[in-house]
Design a protein around this ligand. Structure first.
Ligand SMILES: [Zn+2]
Length: 79
């Protein structure tokens, strides 16, 4: 698989069974509780595509991969 560039990464936090973003990459809202489930995160870590709709701005993030700190999206999330 091609290496996805750092510009496509976004850090996340797990608290219990909840997955948080410190801020939304699209609208900048702080401390966003995502609708993502732990099983979705597990799929992403297995390189399965996961679509995540942000609860704050309803932007869709297509996640291609994840490790224990970052998710990789199919488009750049940072400049
Ligand atoms: Zn947002």
């Amino acid at each position: 698989m091609d290496v996805l560039p750092f510009s496509h990464t976004w850090p996340y936090d797990v608290q219990g069974k909840d997955i948080y973003f410190e801020s939304c990459p699209f609208c900048g809202t702080d401390h966003v509780l995502t609708h993502m489930k732990m099983r979705d995160l597990k799929l992403a870590k297995e390189h399965r595509k996961v679509n995540l709709v942000m609860p704050c701005c309803h932007e869709v993030m297509t996640i291609l991969e994840a490790d224990n700190d970052y998710m990789w999206a199919n488009r750049p999330l940072r400049r």
